[in-house]
Design a protein around this ligand. Sequence first.
Ligand code: DAH
Length: 350
Amino acid sequence: MQPEEVDAARDAALAAIAAASDLEDLKRVRTEHAGDRSPLALANREIGALPPQARKEAGQRVGQARGAVNQALAARQEVLEAEHEERILVEETVDVTLPTDRRPAGARHPITTGSELIADIFVAMGWEVAEGPVIEAEWLNFDALNLGADHPARTMQDTFWTAPEGSGVVLRTHTSPVQARTMLTRTPPIYVVCPGRVFRTDEYDATHSPMFHQVEGLAIDEGISMAHLKGTLDHFATQLFGEGITTRFRPSYFPFTEPSAEVDLRCFVCKGVDAASCRTCRGEGWIEWGGCGVVNPRVLTACGVDPERYTGFAFGMGIDRTLMFRHGLSDLRALFEGDIRFTTAFGSEL
Ligand code: DAH
């Protein structure tokens, strides 16, 4: 290698070292200009083959060039390492004063939010929310509602009685006693909706539970008729399930209403259009929703409301069942097991 070539190789190496912008880059430059296959290393290897007089001079020249390159490499390495550390300190700074979120946010239970949603639909119509105790007087749960002592429904309703026997106190089997409580404590006009927990000695399976939820509605005013009931329930259904989802009545019997009806909900999946293949309503086009009717004058009388002046309507349906429809749940137990993975999925619905 000619002396100028050695100088050129050295200068090229020094320029590359000065231009290296980070440690990674410098590593590449080191291999290229100071590695085993670099021009200066190759030149060094050639020295042994030179005649003795030329060997000394060439050795000095190449040795100096390599020394300068190694020195420059070491100096640049130091500068880039310092820069790297500085950058890490800035980039990886942790602000220990920032607020943390180590506890995951909880979610309100769909029964809570669902009950509020239902109540809101009625509150928007000017109704009020009424509540009653779950441990209820037998008289309010049954007698006041025209379910006399020998009425078959009294045993049919699979009641939980509280001890001792003959206490006259039950776990309410429906939300209807809140009707009686309301009439006894308020004067008409009365428009109340009553969501709440009820109890029956039912098996615990995918569609039954010994504890479940109902919503009761009661309207008492002058000139109230079955037509008001139908319009109210249609509005309720549409608000919950969407446009076009209304109700139909089938004649039925409840001791506290006369006439009475079972209320069905238009199937919100097939909308009654292709019911034959619908798995939700199983070909009916309708889904059983609850019971309703015109308040029996005997109930008005028992609760201190003048049946000559006032009439009213009432209805009651299962909240859990309604929510199962609304959210497409197939197993009622999901609502009661308390698995937070289930409720979290409803977390966004307030
Ligand atoms: N209490 C009834 C039940 O639990 C439901 C019901 C039917 C409520 C008709 C009413 C009504 O207010 O008018 O099965």
